[in-house]
Ligand binder design. Structure first.
Ligand SMILES: Cc1ncc(COP(=O)(O)O)c(C=O)c1O
Length: 497
């Protein structure tokens, strides 16, 4: 049979058999083996319910909720559920908290920025200034994307090496030309909770909107013991993004963006009657929209209710504490900073001699070989020259509690296997890049050169490199535009027929 879709179709059983075969190559989405990307409640019943709800909604088009009122009803319920979790349901200064359901965290972040930019332009109709987007350097990359897409100046504020940012540093950047300041609850790379209270107060005093990116923590922190007040109870918080496809446990494709007040919400809309087709009104970035993830999220939130989330969050919390204790007992490895929520970033313990350190890139590779996947995070040199260390990210979900013992044994063995190994250094690839002048005067490799460099560090088209430490070491040592060209090439190649 033709492997790709050929001129003749295949029968359904064959098609599905092929899909199953393809899926066997994937990292396991269930069972706690992958500690990033997937958020597994560990409840098969919930998956079955989500699947049935998604199937019921499959033929719908979210483009027009007046034609399909079930879409509006489900979105209303999701907005209401999230708003209550984030304490936006009470009468609050600035008008009612309202919002939209989007396709994911990135879309929610993009829309928060787009709305803030449009409002800034309205407040400064004669200004030719490019407005600024201010955030700690640890704010999700979606905000850099937003700045590029919507023509704002991206102003990343340096953090300390533990991943935390000082409120005074952020506040020092707030001026008239700032369209939006972003803080995270918590930041994905380090798990640090940004100083949301003081930054939102300072922003509000200057008339600057403050967005809390709770895409990661939005459906976990409301039930996390000891979390500080970070949501709509703070009067200076003007918008919040929270992903239902993360700790809401819904399948991918659903997030919520909430605004304090109707006018800021409406600023995210696009509408036109200026063409000969149907009047277009898009509250979000997409036109036609799949409602399957929304229906799945709707079903899950109804099935679990706030109490169900509280229980699942308690499981995440127990697992997180257990992993922290385990890491504390592993020589040469440390938890970065003081994370808040179901997330840990592992770094080499700089307080011990290098022969006893555990390099996070090597650790991640070794753990993959033992059947557990955590996520490489390259080191990052900030604008002030302070380097944030490379690290390994762990997202902790309820299923982590079920596999904690096995995971900890694997973590200890992986650490033992790599302890004292020097960080990877792709000397030959770096020398070749220098010789070819990449990074000088904005020179970046084209598709063929980029692919040749990737091949030299073990990347191939069909499989993830077994040794990602080399690739990560290359990425963190290259000028960002060169590294970005390489990574774009990697993603482009793997889907090239
Ligand atoms: C804090 C935060 N914001 C935004 C995003 C982007 O979300 P998505 O991958 O759903 O687009 C993420 C993803 O991990 C995140 O952790």
């Amino acid at each position: 049979m033709n492997r790709a879709a050929g001129s003749h179709g295949s029968d359904s059983a064959e098609v599905l058999a092929r899909l199953r075969e393809l899926r066997e190559l994937d990292a396991p989405t269930h069972g706690g083996r992958v500690l990033s990307y997937v958020y597994d409640a560990g409840l098969p019943e919930l998956d079955a319910l989500a699947g049935r709800a998604a199937e019921l909604a499959r033929p719908l088009n979210g483009l027009d909720p007046t034609t399909f009122p079930s879409v509006a009803a489900m979105e209303r319920d999701l907005i209401s559920f999230t708003r209550r979790a984030l304490n936006g349901h009470r009468r609050r200064l600035g008008g009612p908290v309202v919002g939209s359901v989007t396709s994911g965290g990135t879309e929610s972040c993009l829309l928060a920025v787009k709305a803030a930019r449009d409002l800034w332009r309205r407040r400064h109709p004669d200004s030719r200034t490019v407005p600024r987007l201010v955030a700690p350097v640890t704010a999700h990359a979606a905000f850099q994307k937003a700045a590029r897409m919507f023509d704002l100046e991206w102003c990343p504020v340096p953090c300390d090496t533990d991943g935390s940012v000082r409120a005074t540093e952020l506040i020092g950047h707030l001026d008239d030309d700032v369209a939006l300041v972003v803080v995270s609850a918590p930041a994905y790379p380090s798990g640090a909770m940004d100083p949301i209270g003081s930054v939102s107060d300072a922003a509000s005093a200057r008339g600057i909107p403050c967005h809390v990116d709770a895409c990661f923590g939005g459906l976990a922190l409301p039930w996390w013991p000891g979390a500080p007040v970070w949501d709509f109870r703070l009067p200076g918080v003007t918008s919040i993004s929270a992903d239902l496809h993360k700790f809401g446990y819904a399948p991918k494709g659903v997030s919520v963006l909430l605004h304090r007040g109707r006018a800021p919400h409406r600023a995210q809309f696009f509408a036109t009657t200026g063409w000969p087709g149907y009047p277009v009104v898009n509250p979000t970035l997409l036109g036609s929209r799949s409602i399957s993830p929304i229906a799945a999220a709707w079903a899950i939130t109804r099935r679990l209710g706030a109490e169900g989330y509280r229980e699942l969050t308690a499981s995440c919390e127990r697992a997180t504490h257990r992993l922290v204790r385990a890491v504390d007992g592993i020589p040469g490895l440390a938890v970065q900073g003081r994370p808040m929520g179901p997330v840990l970033s592992l770094v080499a313990d700089e307080s011990v001699p290098s022969v006893r350190r555990v390099d996070p890139h090597h650790l991640t590779d070794a753990l993959t070989r033992l059947g557990f996947m955590i996520q490489h995070q390259p080191g990052h040199t900030q604008s002030n020259g302070v380097r944030l260390p490379h690290s390994a990210h762990l997202t902790i979900t309820p299923v982590t509690e079920q596999t904690a013992r096995e995971f900890i044994v694997a973590l200890q063995s992986a650490a033992d296997a790599v302890r004292g190994r020097r960080p990877a250094s792709p000397v030959a690839a770096l020398a070749a890049m220098r010789m070819l002048g990449y990074g000088v005067d904005g020179r970046v490799p084209g598709p063929s050169a980029a692919w040749a460099i990737l091949r030299s560090v073990g990347v191939s088209k069909r499989a993830k490199p077994g040794d990602q430490a080399q690739l990560m070491a290359l990425v963190e040592r290259l000028p960002p535009p060169v590294a970005e060209a390489l990574l774009c090439e990697l993603l482009a190649r793997i889907v090239e027929p």
